[in-house]
Design a protein around this ligand. Structure first.
Ligand SMILES: [Zn+2]
Length: 324
């Protein structure tokens, strides 16, 4: 059995407990620790890393990991689960996506010991936690009033990514290229396969997204032979090779009757933007056949704002971008 240690302390087989990693201090000298939960089986097996709250206001992921821990669902029969319910402690305290220095933690990897606060947090994750893991799920929600249908984002051409995504069994799997300085890219460069789960919107609990995240984690653990039982996949995942946004053509009030997860056809009206005085109404139409993977919940939009996120073209061709 391999030796594992965190914060200089040996992780003993059969033990489940929190380790506190020192990250930094607040200006008040208040120490900020990063609680990391580790549950190690007495039987050898893979190490699965669960991370949530890289964006501090993305509470669905935090709740998914919290429930998995508090209901003892992440106690593997074989292998180890390492779970960090809130990676961006600072953002969580402020109910903010970013750290107090204004930096996006998910654009600050691999980080440095002497860099910005975000960079230091990233450095701790990359150097103390990531080396222990074999695979990972990073939990997110839509940012900036976007409501995401439960989905996995990964690189489809990466065989292990796709295998993990299919095992998770969220309704949608979206091809998503590795973004520079993201956690996912830093992990991939170190040979760790990490997929991103997105569900719901920031600062709002969405029960179907939370349940899908829990069930998917258990399915993925079963596929890695860490546990024997997991819920069945309710619907076969749809795989989208491409995704793109429909943007507001004018500023005003955005209205739609559609919901995340809905199917749309080419030329179908997906919403409209009216001026608040009732004089103009600009209709937005879908340029493709696809499904709504994310939707803006903000009623007020500016020209150019992304309002409807579509997944389309199921066949494998090349990678595309975007990550929240
Ligand atoms: Zn996020």
């Amino acid at each position: 059995m391999r030796e594992m240690a965190l914060n200089g302390k040996v992780i003993v087989p059969g033990e489940s407990k929190y380790y506190n990693l020192r990250v930094a201090k607040l200006p008040t000298h208040t120490v900020i620790d990063l609680p990391v939960y580790v549950s190690r089986s007495v039987n050898d097996g893979p190490v699965l890393l669960l991370t949530a709250g890289l964006h501090g206001n993305e509470t669905n992921g935090i709740e998914i990991v919290r429930r998995l821990i508090s209901d003892s669902m992440v106690s593997p029969q074989r292998g180890t689960v390492i779970a960090v319910p809130i990676v961006n402690i600072y953002g969580f305290l402020q109910q903010e996506r970013y750290l107090p220095d204004g930096k996006d933690l998910n654009r600050s990897f691999p980080g440095s010991k002497t860099g910005s606060l975000a960079s230091r947090v990233a450095h701790v994750i990359v150097n103390q936690i990531l080396p222990l893991a074999d695979y990972g799920i990073d939990f997110h929600t839509g940012g900036a009033s976007k409501d995401n249908y439960p989905q996995i984002r990964c690189v489809l051409s990466h065989a292990m990514n796709l295998e993990l995504a299919k095992a998770f069994g969220a309704p949608f799997i979206i091809n998503s290229a590795l973004i520079d300085k993201s956690f996912r890219k830093a992990a991939q460069r170190r040979g760790k396969s990490i997929i991103v789960y997105e569900g719901g919107e920031s600062l709002r609990f969405d029960e179907p997204s939370i349940q899908c995240g829990i069930d998917g984690t258990l399915r993925l653990m079963k596929s890695l032979n860490m546990i024997d039982d997991a819920p069945d996949i309710p619907v076969k995942p749809r795989i989208f090779e491409k995704h793109s946004w429909i943007r507001a053509k004018v500023s005003g009030l955005f209205r739609t009757t559609l919901l995340p997860g809905d199917k749309v056809t080419r030329g179908q009206t997906v919403g409209s933007v009216t001026d608040p005085y009732g004089e103009t109404n600009v209709v937005l139409k879908s340029p493709v056949n696809g499904y709504i993977v994310g939707l803006s919940r903000s009623p007020v939009v500016s020209a150019g704002d992304a309002v409807v996120h579509l997944g389309h073209k199921y066949e494998l061709k090349k990678t595309s971008t975007n990550e929240t």
